[in-house]
Design a protein around this ligand. Structure first.
Ligand code: PHE
Length: 339
């Protein structure tokens, strides 16, 4: 039995010394010290020994067991450290590799043009106000002199959310909200998103943007309207741009105009951008209708004003020669990276 113990011990020591990973060490532990291990088997044979030999042999086996346990623990730590070392070596960072480029975002072209417009109007003394995109029928139509059965409603195909609730079709609702909360003199612009149930094509989108303007004070005339809008057109398109005021109709302004500027692409000769016309329509405007002033509690005999609504999308597509309005809303990085 003693011989056997020595042989097992020696074999185990060799095997432990030769083990090359943690799994091998665990296998050896089971093989020698496990419940069915070789050393345990010897302990089980002790019953056949005499009462005198038994404690001696027992002590020897325990000693051998302890020795193997220690060797296994040492080897295990060694292997662990080695594995860690190898892992660290394999994971070293090559600081000479080129870094990943971080691309900072930038302003959407619509916002670049909007910022320019805000600057221009602020320099003329306008404040910027905000209005809700979900509006009531009252603010979007009725209070703007468009009663329920007015044919002008047909010009703006509307998304209704409920009987009296809709997605605003124009930023003009902001005129009313402003006059309800501010006293004249009023000079504000209200930029924002508007919605119409239009078919999508290269020049139409169900979502687009307007900048509403409103001025109310004593003695405001059509001259002020023309001066402000001409100044605006010159700052946006350059001082040699011609501005044309055409008579038009809006229920909430009287008289009403539409404003065209000479095409910035061809200078008015006629080209693809202006469809051969030489002119591009950029906004609607007019003197605030007395009914509108009155419904906001402003006396039209004492005060007058003008309002305008500029299409931001058209201004952006013509400035950057963008051929399709849909590109503004698709958020394709390849397109946006060009600005
Ligand atoms: N709200 C009008 C439109 O969307 C534009 C406009 C605004 C006209 C202000 C006159 C005054 O067509």
């Amino acid at each position: 039995m003693l011989e056997n113990l020595k042989a097992i011990s020696a074999a185990a020591k060799d095997a432990i010394a030769a083990a090359c990973d943690e799994a091998a060490i665990e296998n050896l532990r089971v093989q020698y010290l496990g419940k069915k291990g070789e050393l345990t088997a010897i302990l089980k044979q002790m019953g056949s020994l005499s009462a005198e030999e038994r404690p001696k042999m027992g002590a020897l086996v325990n000693e051998a067991k302890q020795e193997l346990e220690e060797l296994i623990a040492i080897k295990r730590n060694e292997l662990k450290a080695k594995a860690q070392d190898e892992k660290l070596k394999a994971e070293t960072i090559d600081i000479t590799m080129p870094a990943k480029e971080i691309k900072p975002g930038k302003l959407h072209p619509l916002n670049t043009v909007l910022d320019d417009m805000i600057n221009i109007f602020q320099s003329m003394g306008f404040d910027v106000v905000d209005g809700p995109e979900v509006e009531t029928d009252y603010y979007n139509f009725q209070c703007l002199n468009v009663p329920e059965d007015h044919p002008a409603r047909d010009m703006q195909d509307t998304f209704y959310l409920a009987e009296n609730l809709l997605l605003r079709t124009q930023t003009s609702a902001a005129q009313i909200r402003t006059m309800e909360t501010m006293k004249p003199p009023i000079r504000v612009i209200c930029p924002g998103r508007v919605f119409r149930a239009d078919e999508v094509d290269a020049t139409h989108s169900p979502v687009f943007h307007q900048i509403e303007g409103l001025v109310v004070d004593k003695g405001i005339t059509m001259c002020d309207l023309k001066g402000v809008l001409e100044q605006f057109a010159h700052e946006i398109y350059g001082s040699d741009t011609k501005v044309k005021f055409r008579p038009s109709f809006f229920p909430f302004t009287e008289p009403s105009v539409e404003v065209d500027v000479t095409c910035s692409e061809c200078g008015g000769k006629g080209c693809r951008v202006c469809k051969g016309d030489g002119w591009i329509e950029i906004l609607g405007a007019g003197m605030v209708h007395p009914n509108v002033l009155r419904s906001c509690g402003i006396d039209p005999d004492e005060y007058s004003g003008f309002a305008f609504g500029i299409g931001l999308d058209r201004l952006t597509t013509t400035r950057y020669k963008i051929s399709d309005i849909r590109l503004l809303f698709e958020n394709d990085k390849r397109f946006l990276d060009q600005f």
